[in-house]
Design a protein around this ligand. Structure first.
Ligand code: ADP
Ligand code: MG
Length: 292
């Protein structure tokens, strides 16, 4: 089962080019779409979910031409938008029953079975009688997953689900996604590098409506091996260093110094030591369009 996106472009009426001739192939498993705010993640996801039309390009999934055949795609799609809006004051169990009727599951026993299943997968079984409107942010996001699982979707799209979650909630949410990712095609967007590192076996880095990297986290880190350098600089010298060297990130220390990391084919000078690349380095280098 493969999602194939070809030459996808979209310019909004205000002139913003959100998708710029984008090409991407995604197979089964957890796929991470990593990019900063405004990169085009939501635009891409809404387009795949057939909620908005691109200006040009094509999208295919499992033999379906998505842009021509919206309805076939929607039947097998589970989509959790970035902004879900408000939930009514109804228990999770009742609300899921309502949603499953809408999705056409007409037999009460079928509904009961699938609702139990999705509540268990999302770890909400114990709180199924509580009102969803009173759920915490993390529980609401897990409920969002529960409702999209009702029609057993083949393609699942989740748009920045971890934004705003506290660390414990985020951890619980990622565990739920990890479980789902073992037997579905899941596309997961985030601006948090660690989300991708913990969860996805493949990723794409997106910015300016273009794919800047596509591959595994390991391969990405390998590409930077031997090209990443670090040293400590005084705070007062930082400006001068940033003019002279290609700094991709800097972090303050307690003592008014900074650790700087530089991307360079060669050791910038003997004061720099080689650094072991991580996915965050890959992200910063890709955003500078310096990753091949
Ligand atoms: N409906 C819209 N009308 C006009 N501009 C939009 C609209 N939606 C998004 N944009 C713009 O398109 C760009 C990409 O936005 P978006 O797809 O939401 O990125 P992301 O989800 O990565 O933050 C941004 O510059 C954003 O301001
Ligand atoms: Mg977005």
């Amino acid at each position: 089962m493969k999602l194939k996106i070809t030459n996808l472009s979209k310019t909004y009426k205000n002139g913003v080019k959100a998708l710029d001739n984008l090409n991407l192939e995604i197979g089964t498993g957890m796929f991470g779409l990593l990019g900063p705010n405004g990169a085009g993640k939501s635009s891409l996801m809404r387009t795949i979910a057939t909620l908005q039309k691109p200006d040009s390009g094509s999208i295919e999934f499992d033999g379906i031409n998505i842009l021509k055949d919206n309805m076939s795609l929607r039947k097998i799609l589970g989509y959790l938008p970035q902004e879900f809006g408000v939930y009514p004051n109804m228990s999770a169990e009742k609300l899921l029953d309502y949603f499953s009727r809408l999705k056409g599951i007409s037999t009460a026993s079928d509904r009961k079975k699938i609702i139990k299943e999705v509540l268990e997968v999302t770890n909400l079984w114990d709180v199924r009688h509580k009102s969803v409107s009173g759920y915490s942010g993390g529980m609401k996001q897990r409920f969002g997953i529960a409702q999209l699982l009702l029609n057993n979707p083949k393609l699942i799209i989740v748009d920045e689900p971890t934004a705003g979650l506290d660390p414990a909630e985020r951890h619980r949410f990622l565990n739920v996604l990890r479980e789902i990712g073992t037997n579905h095609t899941v596309i997961f967007s985030t601006h948090i590098v660690d989300d991708v590192k913990e969860l996805c076996h493949e990723l794409a880095i997106l910015n300016g409506g273009q794919i800047l990297y596509r591959g595994t986290p390991d391969a990405a880190e390998k590409e930077l091996e031997g090209k990443l350098w670090m040293r400590i600089v005084e705070r007062a010298d930082f400006e001068a260093f940033s003019l002279k060297y290609n700094i991709i990130s800097s972090n303050y220390n307690q003592d008014n110094t900074l650790n700087i990391r530089v991307h360079s084919e060669f050791q910038p000078d003997e004061t720099f030591v080689s650094a072991k690349p991580g996915l965050e380095d890959v992200y910063f280098v890709a955003l500078k369009k310096e990753l091949v």
